[in-house]
Ligand binder design. Sequence first.
Ligand code: GRF
Length: 192
Amino acid sequence: MTPKPKAAIFISGRGSNMMALIEASRDADFPVEFTLVVSNDPGAAGLAWAASQGIAALAVDHKPFGKDREAHEREIDAALKAAGIELICLAGYMRILTPYLVGQWAGKMINIHPSLLPKYKGLHTHERAIEAGDSFGGCTVHWVSEGVDDGDIILQAQVPILKGDTPDDLAARVLIEEHKLYPAAVRHLYAR
Ligand code: GRF
């Protein structure tokens, strides 16, 4: 059997999307193997979980790099290349990437964003959707480009916004869809 392409997941926090991807990848027909989890926060809860699953968990703390974002990214980039990574899935990675890393991984880096892009790029997506009176919220998996949450859309899922929803209510409803959408999007990429 030919080995599957190796993929990395970038996280900054709890990593529930990371877990959904890794759990989905246990299916024999999943198209990639997740071999590396990277976080800019050594305390990210998801790192310990990844390590417990036997997946390399790498923390590259951004703080010692100060304002030099590119130097931080160069260190991560070297680790990705040394590990033979072919796809990067950003999953709650809370750093805006510089054109350097985006350029190195053009066409090989995807992100999940908790809104129906192109609506609500950036933060506080659920609050903004509720305030706007939208009937639907959702999530999007998209290619990463230089603009924040701006690359071509791969797949989306939508959920209703119900009367009286708080941003937390909506976030919880969307998160359930995120956990299905992200693995589906990875499958979709390799089914082409
Ligand atoms: C998700 O809602 C994701 O879409 C957003 O940040 C959240 C991360 O959650 N970018 P988790 O760390 O995957 O649990």
